[in-house]
Design a protein around this ligand. Sequence first.
Ligand code: FAD
Ligand code: NAD
Length: 466
Amino acid sequence: MPSFDVVIIGAGPGGYVAAIRSAQLGLKTALIERENALGGTCLRVGCIPSKALLNSSHHYAFAKHEAAAHGVLLDKVGLDLGTMLKRKDKTVGQLTGGVAFLMKKNKVTTFFGHGVIEKAGQVSVRKADGSIESLEAKHIILATGSVPIDLPFAKPDGKVIVTSTEALSFEKVPENFVVIGAGAIGLELGSVWARLGAQVDVVEFLPRIVAGFDADISAALQKSLQAEGMRFHLDTKVKEIRVTGSRAHVVATGKDGQELSFVADRVLVAVGRKPSHGGAAPEALGLAVDEKGRVKVDHHFRTNVPGVYAIGDLIAGPMLAHKAEEDGVACAELIAGKAGHVNYDLVPSIVYTHPEAASVGLGEDAAKAAGRAVKTGKFLYRANGRALASDSADGFVKIIADAKTDRLLGAQIISPAASELIAEVVSVMEFHGSAEDLARTVHGHPTLSEATKEAALAVDGRAIHA
Ligand code: FAD
Ligand code: NAD
C-alpha cells in the first residue's frame, strides 16, 4: 500500500494549496479529487468562470451603452454567447491545468477518484473504472468544500430551476430570470445575465441586499444594479415554484403580505451553500459536526478523529476561496510542526458586480450595534479625479476607526476597483495601523486609492478634496 505523510481529499483552493505547502515542507503528499480536473468549486464552477463572464458581459454592456459617450462609435454591437462561454471555459482550463502543473512541479501524487477515509491512517480511492486503491496516511486533511443549499419546495432540475453551476453555462440568454437570494452568487450571476439582456428579478427575504455589508453599501449597490436593469423584491419570501414545460411560476409573499408572482424561463436558487464531506467520512468514523453541519476543528484544524484534519468551506468561517487557501497553508504548517496561523478577523469580503463592494474587519453598523465607540470617515468617488476620468464616480470609501485609539477597525468600499483597493486596508490592519497611518501614506495621483487616504483623513474631519 503506498504510504504518505499527508493525504488530502478534495482539490479546491483549500486542498491543493495545502498539498503544495505540505510538499514544500518536505512531507510526502497525495491529493485526491473526484472530478476530472483540479481546482475545486472555485476554479471549475465558482470564482473563475463567474469572473470571466462578469468581465465579458461588462465589455458587452460598455460597448452597447457607454462607448459612444467616449467617442467610440461601434456600428452594431452584437452578442456571440457561444464565444463568450468558450472563452470562460478556456480560462477555467488554463487554471485547472495550471494546478495540475503545480502538483507535478511540487511532486504531489494526484489520484482521481472518490476519496473515503476507511479508518484513521487509511484512505481509499474509488476510481471511475471501479478499481479501488488504498493509501496509508499519517495525516489526512478533509478539504471537500460545500454544496448549494436547496429550497425544500424547489429542487434544482438543472434546466429551469438551476444552481450557480448551470447559470454559468446557459446556452441562450434567458428572457425572464428570477434569482432567489441577493448574496454574492445571486448578484454576480444576476448582473451577468441582466447585462446580456435578461429581465432579472431578484427575490430576497431580508430587507436589503448583501446584508453582510453596511446598509449604505447595500443601498448604493442596489441603486447601481437597478440602473443596470435588475429589479429587486426585498422582504419577500418565495413559497412555491411550479414548473410547466420550460417555464417556472414563482409565487412569493411580499413585504405587506401581498402575493407576488413571476413567470421565468430560468430560476437560480442562490440562498447559500452548506458544508459537505462528499461521502469521504462514513458514519462509522464518527466525525463530529456542529449544528450547521460544519466539521468541528480545534485551533490546529484537528477533528475529533485522531490524524484527521479539516479546512476550507467544510469548517466554520466565511465560505471564501482565500480563507480556504489560508486554512490550507496553516494546516500544512501545523502538521509539519511549524506555527501556522490565520487571522480570521481580516478576511476581506468582495462582491464582483459593477461597481464592486468590498469590506474587511468591523463594519460601522456592526460596531454601533455592539455599542463600540468608533469614528468613521467617508469619501465619495465623485470628488476623485481618476474616478471622474474613468467613469468610476459612483461609490465611496468608508474607514472605521476606534474612537479613542484611532486604530483601524475596518473599511467598506464600493467602487469598480474595490476588490483591489481593499488590500491596502487589510495590510495596514494586519500591522495594527491607525487611520492616521493610512492618512499619512503617500498615494499616487491620480488614483482611485487616493479616496482611501481621503476617507482616512475624513476620520479626523480633514479630507482635502471633500
Ligand atoms: P471546494 O473548492 O468546494 O473544493 C472541494 C473539492 O473536493 C471539490 O473539487 C470536490 O469535487 C472535491 N471532493 C468532495 N468530496 C470528495 C471526495 N469524497 N473525494 C474526492 N474529492 C472530493 N469565493 C471567493 O473567495 N471569491 C469568489 O469570487 C467566489 N466566487 C464564487 C462563485 C460561485 C458561483 C461559487 C459557487 C462560489 C464562489 N466562491 C468564491 C466560493 C469558493 O468557491 C469556495 O469558498 C471555495 O471553493 C472553497 O474551497 P474548498 O477548497 O474548501 O472547497
Ligand atoms: P449568501 O449567503 O451570500 O447569500 C444568500 C442570500 O439568500 C442571503 O441574502 C439570504 O438572506 C438569501 N436567502 C436565503 N434564503 C432565502 C429564501 N428562502 N428566499 C429568499 N432569499 C433567501 O449565499 P450565496 O450567494 O448563495 O453564496 C454562497 C457562498 O459562496 C457564500 O458563502 C459566498 O461567500 C460564496 N461566494 C462568494 C463570492 C465572492 O466572494 N464574490 C461569490 C460567490 C459565492
